[in-house]
Design a protein around this ligand. Structure first.
Ligand SMILES: [Zn+2]
Length: 266
């Protein structure tokens, strides 16, 4: 039983002609990789026919019992004005947390406009997730999501579960050092098994070393994610397996931590 906490429904890798097809393709991937559940992350750009936004993702998953969603407010376009919308979505359990895209969009995690969403997530005891690191072919974007800003958020909201995804690649060691004292910081490993990410981050042994020590220090705070379809699910499963963790710890990374952290009812 494996849960992938970082899936997009998109046609970005020319895998499908439209979003409906991309979704069906994902259901096949789920079976192939023995996923028992997944968290689908809608894009913050709305109305694209290449990647599902929240409305499209809600439509696609229907009343599925093992597919979950995150919210992704439009900070640049709408500031904090979507608070009521997200309060309702959280109340109804339609979203299990909120994802922020600093670096895709030009704002910092400690931006004033984000704070009401952090308060909301703290109140509902659900996580916030931060996109970090470079985007493929664009290293400028990493300046917006430096973990030092994320640490500021985690310190300001000590009860908030703050999840970092992509480990601020290629500067994984820096991200580890910057966050290691902060107990409400969590990690989700999407893209860490991607060939470009591994190469630019210092090779597979470096990636394994950072991940291994993070898991040893925070066995309850690291979870599997892949960033499918841009990255492969099986390569991320393999990365975790290659760490040769104790069986119960491996189970936490593959499944148990996601259930607890996102409060998934399965
Ligand atoms: Zn992603």
């Amino acid at each position: 039983m494996i849960i992938d906490s970082h899936i997009h429904i998109s046609t970005y890798s020319d895998n499908a002609k439209n979003l409906k097809e991309a979704f069906i393709l994902f259901l096949e991937e789920m079976k192939k990789n023995n996923l028992s559940a997944a968290i689908i992350i809608p894009d913050n750009v709305e109305g694209s026919d290449k990647i599902a936004d929240l409305a499209k993702a809600i439509e696609l998953i229907g009343d599925s019992k093992n597919l979950f969603l995150l919210g992704s407010p439009q900070i640049i376009q709408r500031g904090s004005s979507e608070i009521k919308k997200y309060q309702k979505l959280l109340e109804e359990g339609r979203v299990k947390g909120i994802k922020f895209f600093p670096g895709h969009d030009p704002y910092y995690p400690n931006d004033e406009r984000c704070l009401p969403y952090y308060e909301l997530c703290e109140k509902f005891d659900v996580p916030v997730l931060f996109h970090t690191g470079e985007n493929s072919g664009d290293c400028e974007c990493a300046k917006w999501n430096d973990p030092r800003y994320i640490v500021e958020v985690a310190k300001k909201y000590p009860k908030l579960k703050v999840i970092i995804t992509h480990y601020f690649w290629p500067k994984m060691e820096y991200c580890y050092e910057t966050t290691k004292e902060i107990s409400n910081i969590y990690f989700e490993i999407a893209a860490m098994a991607d060939a470009e990410v591994i190469e630019k981050s210092g090779g597979i042994e470096k990636v394994r070393e950072v991940l291994r020590k993070t898991i040893i220090e925070r066995p309850d705070k690291v979870m599997l994610g892949s960033d499918w379809p841009m990255c492969k699910i099986e390569e991320h499963v393999e990365l975790v397996k290659s760490l040769k963790l104790a069986r119960d710890v491996e189970g936490k990374i593959f499944r148990d931590n996601a259930i607890k952290i996102y409060k998934l009812s399965l």
